[in-house]
Design a protein around this ligand. Structure first.
Ligand code: GDP
Length: 492
C-alpha cells in the first residue's frame, strides 16, 4: 500500500477573523509542525509557538498549536493543528509555507472526513450527519444531524448487521458441516428467528412516514397563483429580505426562487413560482413547467389571489395550474391567500372577514385537515365552496395587515408536520433504499421455499447483510468467517 499524502487546509472560515484554524493530516504532519514551530508539543495539549516560514526563517505569526499522534485523532492519522491569528496574509503565508514542504499538498473538499471514514473513525451515516450538522439551519435540523453523527442510525444498522452475521453463521455452519455428527441439526430455526425479529425492527424504522427526511429538507411551501397577485411581495415579507424581484409587470419571476426560513425553530423552504399561466415565451415556459412540478411536490401550497378579483382566483385554480385538494391523486393541501385587502374599500371589507385566531384556538394538524377550526369564521362570507381551499386568509402583503395570522399558522403547521422527526432514524433516501433492500431480502428468506434450502437462505441473508454494510460503508466478508470459527468451535 502506498503511503498516503499529507494534506493541509484552512479549516475555519475565510478571514479576516480573530482566529484561523489550519489542520494538517498524514504521515508528515509532525515533521511539518516541527519545521514550522521548531518543536512537537505534548500530545493533545495546547502550546504557544512562534510559526516561521521554514524556507526563509521569517516569523509568520504567534500561534496556539496542537499535536494529535495517530490513531487518536480526528482522521485517525497524525494530525497537527495551528490556531493562528485570522488575518488573510497570515493564512496565506502559512498555507504557502506548508505547500512548499515536500510531501504536503492542499486537501481536497471533504478529504479530512474521507480519511476519518477510511480509518474507521466515522461510518457513512456519521459522515452524512457531520455534513448535515455543518449545514443545519434550525435547531431541529441541528439535533437531528448531531444524532446521526453520534451514530443514531449507524449504531443501530451495525447491530442489525451483527445479528444478521450471526444468523448467516448458523446457516453457513449447517452447510459446511452437515456431515459432521457433532453439528446440531437445527441451526436454521434460530437463524430464521433472527431474520424475523430483524424484519420487525427494520420495518418499524422504515415506516416512519419519511419524517427524518422531511426534517432534513424542511417543510416545503410553494407560493403560487396568477401573475401580479402579489406572490413575490408575500415571499419578501415572509423572508424579510429582498429575495425575489417585486415588479408591477406580469411574469417577471421567471424561475423558482427558494428561500429558507426558520419558523420557530422549524425549517421551512419557500418556493416562489413563476406566475403560473399559459405563455408562449420559451424561457418563461420552462419556468412555468418547473413551477408546476415543484408546486405539486410541495408539502403545502399558498395560492395567492387578488382579493379584489375573486373571479380570477377561481379561474386560476380551475385551470389546474396547481392541483387543488379535490384532485384525485395526493395533492398538497392548499391555503387560499386573499391578498391586497388594503385596496378594498371599507364597505366591502366588512364582507371579507379577516380571520383572527388566538394562539391556542387553532391547531393545524397536517394529517387532519384543520378540524379544530371553525371554517366558517375563516372563509369569505357567502363563499361557495367551489375553491376547495382547506384554509383561507385575507391580508395585505404590502402593509402587513393580516400577515401575522398567516405566519403564526404556518409556524404551527410546520411544527405539527415536523415535530417528533428528530428521533427518526432514516434521514436520507439512501438510508431508506438500503433498509428496504435489506427487508426485501429478509422477507424472501422467510418464504417457505427459501427457508428450507440452506444455500438459498444463506444467499438472502448475505444480500441483506451487504445492504446494511453499504448503509454504514462497512462491507466485508472476513467478519462472517471470523464469527463462524470463533462462535462454533467446530474444531476444524
Ligand atoms: P407576483 O407576480 O404574484 O409575484 O406579484 P408581485 O409580488 O410582483 O406584485 C405585483 C404588484 O402588486 C406589485 O406592484 C406589488 O407592489 C403589488 N402588490 C403586491 N401585494 C400587494 C398588496 O397587498 N397591496 C397592494 N396595494 N399592492 C400589492
Amino acid at each position: 500500500m502506498s503511503v498516503p499524502s499529507t494534506i493541509f487546509a484552512l479549516s475555519s472560515g475565510r478571514g479576516p477573523a480573530a482566529i484561523a484554524v489550519v489542520r494538517i493530516s498524514g504521515p508528515r504532519a509532525g515533521e511539518a509542525l516541527k519545521l514550522l514551530t521548531g518543536k512537537l508539543p505534548t500530545p493533545r495539549q495546547a502550546a504557544l509557538a512562534r510559526v516561521r516560514d521554514p524556507a526563509s526563517g521569517e516569523p509568520i505569526d504567534q500561534a496556539l498549536v496542537l499535536w494529535f499522534p495517530a490513531p487518536q485523532s480526528e482522521t485517525g492519522e497524525d494530525v497537527a493543528e495551528l490556531q493562528l491569528h485570522g488575518g488573510r496574509a497570515v493564512i496565506a503565508a502559512t498555507l504557502a509555507a506548508l505547500a512548499r514542504l515536500p510531501g504536503l499538498r492542499l486537501a481536497e473538499a471533504g478529504e479530512f472526513t474521507r480519511r476519518a471514514f477510511e480509518n474507521g473513525k466515522l461510518d457513512l451515516t456519521a459522515v452524512e450527519g457531520l455534513a448535515d450538522l455543518v449545514m443545519a439551519e434550525t435547531e431541529g435540523q441541528r439535533r437531528q444531524a448531531l444524532g446521526q453523527l453520534q451514530g443514531a442510525l449507524g449504531n443501530r444498522a451495525e447491530s442489525w448487521r451483527q445479528r444478521l452475521i450471526q444468523a448467516l453463521a448458523l446457516v453457513e455452519a449447517r452447510i459446511d458441516f452437515s456431515d459432521e455428527a457433532d453439528v446440531p441439526e437445527d441451526l436454521l430455526k434460530p437463524a430464521l428467528t433472527i431474520a424475523r425479529e430483524l424484519i420487525g425492527e427494520i420495518a418499524a424504522a422504515v415506516s416512519d412516514g419519511s419524517r427524518g427526511e422531511r426534517l432534513r429538507e424542511g417543510l416545503t411551501v410553494a407560493i403560487a397563483g396568477p401573475p401580479n397577485a402579489g406572490k413575490s411581495t408575500l415571499l419578501n415579507r415572509l423572508a424579510r429580505r429582498e429575495a425575489a424581484i417585486v415588479s408591477p409587470y406580469a411574469g417577471t419571476t421567471r424561475d423558482v426562487i427558494e428561500v429558507h426560513l426558520d419558523l420557530a425553530g422549524w425549517p421551512v423552504t419557500l418556493l416562489d413560482h413563476a406566475g403560473i399561466r399559459e405563455t408562449g415565451a420559451p424561457v418563461e415556459m420552462e419556468g412555468v413547467r418547473r413551477a408546476r412540478d415543484r408546486a405539486q411536490a410541495a408539502d403545502l401550497v399558498l395560492w395567492v389571489a387578488d382579493a379584489g378579483e375573486p373571479a380570477a382566483e377561481k379561474n386560476a385554480a380551475a385551470k389546474g395550474a396547481v392541483k387543488t385538494p379535490d384532485s384525485t391523486d395526493a395533492a398538497p393541501p392548499t391555503w387560499l391567500i386573499r391578498n391586497k385587502i388594503d385596496l378594498i374599500q371599507d364597505e366591502h371589507r366588512s364582507e371579507l372577514r379577516i380571520p383572527s385566531i388566538g394562539k391556542n384556538e387553532a391547531i393545524s394538524d397536517p394529517n387532519n385537515s384543520l378540524t379544530n377550526i371553525d371554517n366558517r369564521s375563516l372563509t369569505h362570507r357567502n363563499e361557495s365552496r367551489d375553491f376547495t381551499s382547506e384554509y383561507e386568509f385575507s391580508l395585505s402583503a404590502t402593509t402587513g395587515e393580516g400577515f401575522d395570522v398567516l405566519l403564526g399558522q404556518l409556524a404551527r403547521y410546520a411544527e405539527a408536520f415536523l415535530a417528533g422527526s428528530e428521533s427518526a432514524l432514516v434521514t436520507r433516501e439512501r438510508h431508506r433504499r438500503a433498509l428496504e433492500e435489506t427487508l426485501a431480502a429478509l422477507r424472501r428468506a422467510q418464504s417457505a421455499d427459501v427457508a428450507a434450502k440452506e444455500d438459498l437462505l444463506a444467499e438472502e441473508l448475505r444480500i441483506a447483510a451487504r445492504a446494511l454494510g453499504r448503509l454504514t460503508g462497512r462491507v466485508d466478508v472476513e467478519d462472517i468467517l471470523d464469527v463462524i470459527f470463533r462462535d462454533f468451535c467446530i474444531g476444524k
